[in-house]
Design a protein around this ligand. Sequence first.
Ligand code: NDP
Length: 239
Amino acid sequence: MVVLAALVAASLTWMSAPYGRHARPRWGPLVPTRLAWIGMEMPALALFAAVILGGSQRSQTAVQLLAGAWLLHYAHRTLIYPLRIPASAKGYPLLIAAIGFIFNAYNAWLNAEQLAEYGQYGEAWLADGRLWLGLAVMTIGMVINVRADNVLLHLRGPGETGYRIPSGALHDQVASPNYFGEVLEWSGWALATWSLAGVAFALFTLANLGPRAVAHLRWYRQNFPDYPRERKALIPYVF
Ligand code: NDP
């Protein structure tokens, strides 16, 4: 996954993933956006839960705590977030949804196996500051991510598909505060699990969403002459 992250970062730097505002016609058939999100995120919820339940360390409290944090994120991403996208949304490329499904299955398996089979999360880990600091960073990241997505999902009136300049919930600082929150979440996960699987996922998230945040910022500047110049792409005041 670390190698994949490097390849993804390199590819997405010269070509943005073709969905949402960066959609392009030659990427094949579209499927309903809500269905695409539920389908491609489902392995991260269902497969992860199944692997944890079958894991030899499933009764460890720290394993349950960490699995709970993961499942909270993915219950929201798989079952709540998609239903908040308007049913009238313009559609999502089947190919991108299929790639998302495969990635989520691989990532869920990797992180769940690490957590419930190979990791060392006995009683001592419950007293380790890395667990609690990591969970705190994850929580802050999730709050930033959900608040930023909330703002975006309220920008359009019924049936509208155009774009406006967002404000509030860190949108005044960066073009993609939802991605900033997501990167924080999985950096927190890497710290709380202290695992190569966690680090790999955090790196992949940065590799995937960093270039997309840059593309979003460029797109806003090209399409809105009054887009505030001081806004950065991903990390407030920094990048
Ligand atoms: P975007 O910010 O591109 O879009 C989110 C939603 O808001 C879409 O429905 C989009 O519509 C709408 N929207 C965005 N900007 C505007 C605007 N200026 N005016 C009106 N509507 C707007 O996010 P993504 O779709 O890429 O991602 C959604 C969520 O999934 C995020 O929370 C992200 O962090 C997460 N994610 C996580 C990944 C990971 O690697 N862990 C990978 C990808 C996403 P439209 O679709 O029409 O543009």
